[in-house]
Design a protein around this ligand. Structure first.
Ligand SMILES: Cc1ncc(COP(=O)(O)O)c(C=O)c1O
Length: 375
């Protein structure tokens, strides 16, 4: 039996022919026509007009903070329940990170906790330089509620939509309500470029500046002139060729991700209250990047580790829920605003195989292991 992975790449369209085209043109280089075409295709899909293709989602998150000129000691507020890359560069830049818990209804940043954090910042006369909001596991955060809290004080809201390509919020694409947003195209995302990311914004000057920073901040000048120091973050023409092919099948992949979620949900109904699923927020459509389940400790003694071990023994890869940032040893001195919602999600959560190439037989194998251990 072949191993069932969590969310492997699904190459099922024109990727190879676009890569061959890139080779034939000899643009085996950091930039080329495919990079530009990929940026245009992403903008067209998301309806966010300005796009910068990069070598990772982490680079996109960094460039946003670099554009905002975060200085040591500046306060940055960020989702507590996320992957560390949402905030790792704020840390490297010497910012003071404060974590905002999730709410039970969406598993995303709780506007009430954010409100409390902003009140404290005001009292201390230390307004945050940015609020970084994660769209967890492919479901958008409540952008309007969060933005309205930030807007009156001119605090930029930036969306880490790395997991959420294809999700929507009130009919708008994931990330589109932020000053800018980051997407990831690493190997386990719904669209992969093998490794890559993008920064998108409605603000042309932001993307222009980020573009400059992403290519060593070289001035428009016949020789190498630098008024600021940048990075080497661009997406290569070859990676973009893969991405172009991937984007063409995004709608198909979205439908498959949703059907995977529905499959698990329906097949595991007999487990009743022993498990719960990620709640669907009323304001949008998640992309179901990963199907995530919560074990209910009041109804079962099975722990996430025990379930993951049983899966592993049957050749099935799963994953624990993100460990909240305020529980990470490296951030133990950071302030936290919350009600330990993320603690409980972490304690009980399991991510199930959700790759878009999963067959019904494979889904049934996963389901039967879960049914057996939770019976
Ligand atoms: C929420 C979140 N933020 C940031 C990243 C970083 O993206 P990348 O791996 O492309 O740097 C990821 C992807 O792993 C992610 O899931």
């Amino acid at each position: 039996m072949s191993k069932i992975f969590l969310s492997p790449p699904d190459i099922c369209g024109n990727e190879l022919s676009y890569v061959q085209k890139a080779f034939a043109s000899n643009y085996v280089a950091p930039l080329g026509p495919m990079t530009q075409a990929f940026e245009q295709a992403l903008s067209a899909y998301t309806k966010i007009p300005y796009c910068l293709a990069l070598n990772s989602g982490t680079s996109a998150l960094h460039l946003m903070l670099a554009h905002l000129k975060i200085q040591p000691g500046d306060v940055v507020l960020a989702s507590d329940v996320t992957f560390i890359a949402s905030a790792s560069y704020a840390y490297h830049m010497g910012a003071e990170l404060r974590w905002i818990d999730s709410d039970v209804a969406t598993w995303n940043m709780d506007p009430q906790c954010l409100k409390k954090a902003l009140e404290d910042c005001k009292k201390e006369k230390k307004l945050p330089k940015a609020v970084v909001v994660t769209d967890l596991y492919g479901q958008c955060a409540d952008y309007d509620a969060i933005r309205s809290l930030c807007e009156s004080d001119g605090i930029p809201m930036f969306v880490d939509a790395c997991e959420a390509l294809g999700a929507t919020y009130k009919g708008h694409h994931a990330g589109s309500k932020g000053l800018g947003c980051a997407f990831s195209f690493n190997g386990n995302k719904i669209v992969t470029t093998s490794g890559g990311g993008a920064l998108l914004s409605h603000d042309e000057s932001l993307i222009q500046h980020a573009r400059k920073l992403s290519t060593q901040a070289r001035e428009d000048c016949p020789y190498y002139e630098h008024q600021e120091v940048g990075f080497n973050y661009r997406m290569s023409n070859i990676c973009a060729a893969i991405g172009l092919g991937q984007l063409e099948t995004l709608d198909k992949k979205l439908a498959k991700k949703r059907s995977i979620f529905e499959y698990y949900k329906t097949a595991l109904v007999p487990l009743g209250e022993r498990i719960h699923w990620m709640p669907k927020a009323p304001y949008g459509q998640p992309n179901h990047w990963l199907t995530v389940m919560q074990l209910n400790p009041k109804e079962t003694a099975v722990t996430p580790d025990a379930l993951l071990l049983a899966m592993e023994q049957n050749g099935i890869e799963g994953r624990r829920f993100w460990k909240p940032m305020h529980l990470q040893p490296v951030f133990r001195k950071c302030r936290y605003y919350g009600n330990e919602v993320g603690d409980s999600l972490f304690a009980n959560g399991v991510c199930l195989p959700s790759g878009t190439s999963l067959t019904e037989d494979q889904l049934e194998q996963v389901v039967s292991v879960i049914r057996k251990i939770l019976a």
